[in-house]
Design a protein around this ligand. Structure first.
Ligand code: CP
Ligand code: NVA
Length: 317
């Protein structure tokens, strides 16, 4: 059974294979080549937080793959009225072939995987956002032709994006630096993970220091979903310092990319000027959610080690 609960669980080979498949599916989509690899399969999509990109990429992606996406809002599910996730997992496992879930606690996603009997895909938790990072790595590889040896730098809150980016970047041979204010560093678990990579991993306070010689600058909102009440307090800490702007871009390598998972808050974590200058990259990144999420669905639902996998899939391995 293959899940995508967090990127730590996937090997470099699995990540690379998924990126290769995403490239192939993008090519097929653009050239009108049918790729209905998931005909007859149903994906349950549970959303306990808002979403534009994740919902639409999984819903459209599942449809393009010949499957059926079922949107399940926690406002309507009994989960929203307190039905345990352990029971929801066992019930949904009898109806659908996989679940994609966006929620708060990582432990809820892990519980779904523990109690269910179908693949579980993490569509964002407070801890991580692995699906987004696969699309990010795909975009960097498309633009730069490689990942190995490049430096990624994250500016801002030590949040779900930073956590998954650090793991994804380091596992694929990139260096990873970040600038976060005191009190907003990533969790100990990520610090420990990064330490295995020696000087390829660095978290500091100063954005200029972190961004030096970066090939990719990444940023995200100062207050994530679920942190709305902290918004003002966070602004006081981040404003004026933890921003991707012209001055920061001046210390990066030439041709440095700028990525943002979106939604973006112009004038806060990124200036409108830098955002628009890099809009082509940022919106290609958003589009790549579709192709990368389709690859994740095929990886998890077809379990490509399965001898009965159709030719169209084995061709891509
Ligand atoms: N980047 C991202 O996950 O976007 P949504 O919140 O719109 O899904
Ligand atoms: N850190 C953001 C990412 C949104 C895609 C959040 O969790 O709200």
């Amino acid at each position: 059974m293959k899940h995508l609960l967090k990127l730590e669980d996937w090997s470099t080979e699995e990540i690379t294979r998924t990126l290769n498949l995403a490239d192939q599916l993008k090519y097929e989509q653009k050239h009108g080549i049918a790729h209905k690899l998931l005909e007859g399969k149903t994906l349950g999509m549970i959303f306990e937080k808002s979403s534009t990109r994740t919902r639409v990429s999984f819903e459209v992606g599942m449809t393009q793959l010949g499957g059926y996406p079922l949107f399940l809002s926690s406002n309507d599910l009994q989960i929203g009225r307190g039905e345990p996730v352990e029971d929801t997992a066992r019930v949904l496992s009898r109806f659908v072939d996989a679940i994609m879930i966006r929620t708060f606690a990582q432990s809820e996603v892990e519980a779904l995987a523990q109690y269910g009997s179908i693949p579980i895909i993490n569509g964002l938790t407070d801890y991580c956002h692995p699906c987004q990072v696969l699309a990010d790595l795909m975009t960097i590889r498309e633009c730069k032709g490689k990942l190995e040896g490049l430096k990624m730098c994250f500016i801002g809150d030590g949040n779900n994006m930073l956590n998954s980016l650090a793991v994804g970047a380091l596992k694929t041979g990139m260096s990873f630096s970040a600038a976060c204010p005191d009190g907003y560093f990533p969790p100990e678990h990520i610090m420990e993970f990064g330490k295995q990579f020696g000087d390829k991993f660095e978290i500091v306070n100063d954005p200029m220091e972190a961004a030096k010689n970066a090939d990719v600058i990444y940023t995200d909102v100062w207050a994530s979903m679920g942190q709305e009440e902290e918004k003002k307090a966070r602004e006081a800490v981040f404003a004026g310092v933890y921003q991707v702007n012209k001055a920061l871009m001046a210390v990066t390598n030439d041709e440095c990319m700028v990525l943002h998972c979106l939604p973006a808050h112009r004038g806060e974590e990124i200036t409108a000027e830098v955002f628009e200058e890099h809009a082509d990259e940022i919106f290609e990144e958003a589009e790549n959610r579709l192709h990368a999420q389709k690859a994740v669905l095929v990886e998890c639902l077809l379990d490509r080690k399965d001898a009965a996998a159709p030719d169209a899939v084995s061709r891509m391995s």
